[in-house]
Design a protein. Structure first.
Length: 581
């Protein structure tokens, strides 16, 4: 067979049918269905928060049971950590199967699957019983029950196991059989992503194992919160690229094919992935601009490096737009902008329904990119930090492009792996547009009210949006109501998606199950060898991390202040109103 990306002949040692075993199918399907069921709770809690922040719901507990910060923790952890990581592993498994045509190593897969499931259940136990109201950033002095931390460690370690023990060995075997073939683009993107994942897990593992867990177990009385936060953001910013890169893999490989075209430039795509290897990590201080104890010089360095990490996204914007234009012109598109009309916005034929997920995600990401660069600008960040402007930003990035492409690919894979057609395709196509409109309104309103000073992570129904409260801010109300309207529209879209998802999951089988993926050829394919060679990029990555992080870590260690665990479980405004600290 021929590699569609490189045109080189590839030896396939096994038949396609033999590659997808029943157990592999079960693993991938459950890695999609299980987090999706949790996501339903995560999305519902998101809607409740939007209503609470607008003062439409005035309560400290939803349904008299889930406390506001407990709900916020569940919303963040389920949507941004559990759902994303499961789908990334499921998609990467499917991608490896399809691209390398070699069976997954089932022993490795079962270990990974078990660790991820057990880890999720342990963390869910802590969150659902109110023992981990620590938000998804879990930084001290907030402290959770030990099951939350052990669950998190099990979960993330489980998620990386297939990379080292399954995909790399399978790729090596593939390479031995295809010595002259270049690493397929999808494999390169996945390997970049999981290399980042491995490196970023080191600081957060240190934070959990040597600071949070001992404090949670009562083995120590206090810890250094600045060190914990520096270690957290060492992990926390690259984390967003761990979410983003699988979406970029889809944009580079699947999207051009479904619009009937080609990837405009394979080397540009490879360069973008390699640049992420370089710049995703040494930027974490842009989350800590307002933090005392860290020197301004290093914050500024991280600000410049953050502008550098926007570069591969700009490359992606141009390459994807060029690929869309090429595809649209193949479909008869003419003129400077006339080709836009030829894209399959509402087409349900074949796999073209997926386009609606990518285009809506891309449009939201345009806004997410602009707001990200505003956040990154050292001086402007002072205006928006810890305001709802930041929540607007991440609902158009991780909540926009990432969620939409993950929902799109989940539906696609469920249909393929079950051997059915996508059910209720029209509803499936309507969903991303409702999400786009909803989150557009949501982001604009959150950005405006954020600039007016509205804080994030605050139960405004009991404070700023409550006319009986001394904190009442009537000027913010209209924007918070618009945020709720946006959330309602997006959730209506999600309900349509659920109908299509479960309809597909339980539909009658009409074809053989497969892991087939629509992968595009590339128009420009001449690539420099350095773009497929990890070594120089890895060396440069380590050097940059050392330059950017040695001094901030020393400064964090040196800070004499320590903090005990904060155990009181009251929302801050309520505490203030009761005369607390
Ligand atoms: Fe961010 C905070 C800066 C990207 C997620 N970010 C967050 C938080 C999250 C998050 C969750 O510098 C909150 C963390 C917390 O809880 O405190 N972010 C950036 C910058 C980028 C960026 C510079 N963020 C992301 C992505 C995320 C994400 C991606 C998730 C997936 N972010 C920040 C900063 C903060 C922050 C500060 C801290 C704020 C604070 O004070 O706390 C860049 O990587 C963005 C680059 C993106 C672009 C856009 C390219 C556009 C494309 C679309 C093209 C469209 C086409 C459509 C082709 C330059 C690719 C054409 C359509 C046709 C029809 C033809």
């Amino acid at each position: 067979m021929e590699n569609v990306l490189t045109g080189q002949k590839i030896v396939v040692s096994r038949s396609d049918e033999g590659v997808l075993s029943g157990s592999a199918r079960f693993i991938i399907l459950s890695e999609i269905v299980f987090p999706f069921i949790l996501l339903i709770l995560g999305v519902a809690l998101g809607l409740l928060q939007a209503l609470a922040r607008a003062g439409i719901l005035k309560t400290s507990h939803y349904f008299g049971w889930i406390e506001y910060y407990q709900g916020l923790t569940l919303h963040g952890v389920i949507n941004a950590i559990v759902f994303t990581t499961f789908i990334i592993v499921a998609f990467s498994n499917a991608l490896m199967l399809f691209t390398l045509k070699r069976p997954l190593k089932m022993g490795v897969q079962w270990v990974s699957w078990t660790m991820m499931m057990v880890g999720t259940l342990m963390a869910a136990f802590a969150m659902l019983t109110g023992r981990a109201n620590v938000l998804y950033t879990f930084y001290p002095p907030l402290i959770a029950h030990w099951t939350f931390y052990v669950g998190t460690v099990l979960f993330v370690v489980g998620s990386i196991i297939p990379f080292f023990l399954d995909w790399i060995p399978n790729y090596r075997a593939w390479k031995r059989e295809n010595p002259s073939a270049r690493m397929p683009l999808a494999v390169l993107g996945t390997f970049v992503n999981f290399t980042l994942w491995f490196v970023m897990l080191v600081p957060v593992a240190l934070e959990i194992l040597f600071q949070l867990l001992p404090l949670s177990l009562g083995l120590v009385d206090e810890i250094n919160p600045l060190l914990a936060r520096t270690l957290f953001w060492f992990f926390g910013h690259p984390l967003v690229y761990f979410w983003l890169l699988p979406a970029y893999i889809m944009l580079y490989t699947i999207l051009p094919k479904i619009v009937g075209g080609k990837l405009y430039s394979d080397p540009a795509a490879r360069l973008a992935f390699m640049l992420f290897l370089l710049f995703s990590i040494p930027v974490g201080l842009h989350h800590q601009y307002t933090e005392g104890g860290l020197s301004a010089n290093y914050k500024l360095l991280h600000a410049f490096l953050t502008f550098m990490v926007a570069l591969p996204s700009f490359i992606t914007a141009f390459t994807v737009a060029a690929s869309l234009e090429y595809g649209a012109r193949q479909r008869g598109g003419r003129g400077l902008f006339g080709w836009w009309a030829k894209l399959p916005y509402f087409n349900t034929k074949g796999d073209q329904w997926l386009f609606s997920y990518f285009v809506s995600g891309l449009l939201l990401f345009l806004i997410g990119g602009i707001t990200g660069i505003i956040n990154a600008s050292y001086n402007m960040n002072i205006v928006v930090h810890n305001t709802s402007f930041v929540s607007g930003h991440f609902h158009t990035t991780v909540g926009g492009l990432v969620t939409l492409s993950f929902l799109g690919i989940s539906l696609y894979l469920v249909a393929k792996l079950r051997g059915t057609e996508v059910a209720f395709k029209k509803l499936a196509v309507a969903m991303p547009y409702l999400w786009l409109v909803g989150f557009f309104i949501f982001d604009v309103a959150k950005s405006i009210v954020g600039i007016m000073g509205a804080p994030r992570r605050t139960n405004m129904g009991l404070s700023y949006a409550d006319s009986a409260s001394p904190l009442y801010q009537p000027d913010w109300l209209i924007w918070n109501h618009l945020t709720s309207l946006g959330a309602v529209i997006a959730v209506v879209g999600f309900v349509l998606y659920m109908v299509s998802f479960f309809g597909t999951l339980f539909a009658k089988r009409t074809a053989e199950p497969s892991v087939e993926m629509p992968i595009a050829e590339s128009l420009h394919d001449k690539s420099a060898p350095v773009l497929s060679n990890f070594r120089p990029w890895l060396i440069a990555m380590v050097v940059l991390i050392a330059i950017a992080y040695t001094q901030p870590l020393i400064e964090s260690f040196r800070v004499p202040e320590k903090s005990p665990a904060y155990k009181e479980n009251l929302p801050v405004p309520m505490k203030m109103m009761q005369g607390g600290q």
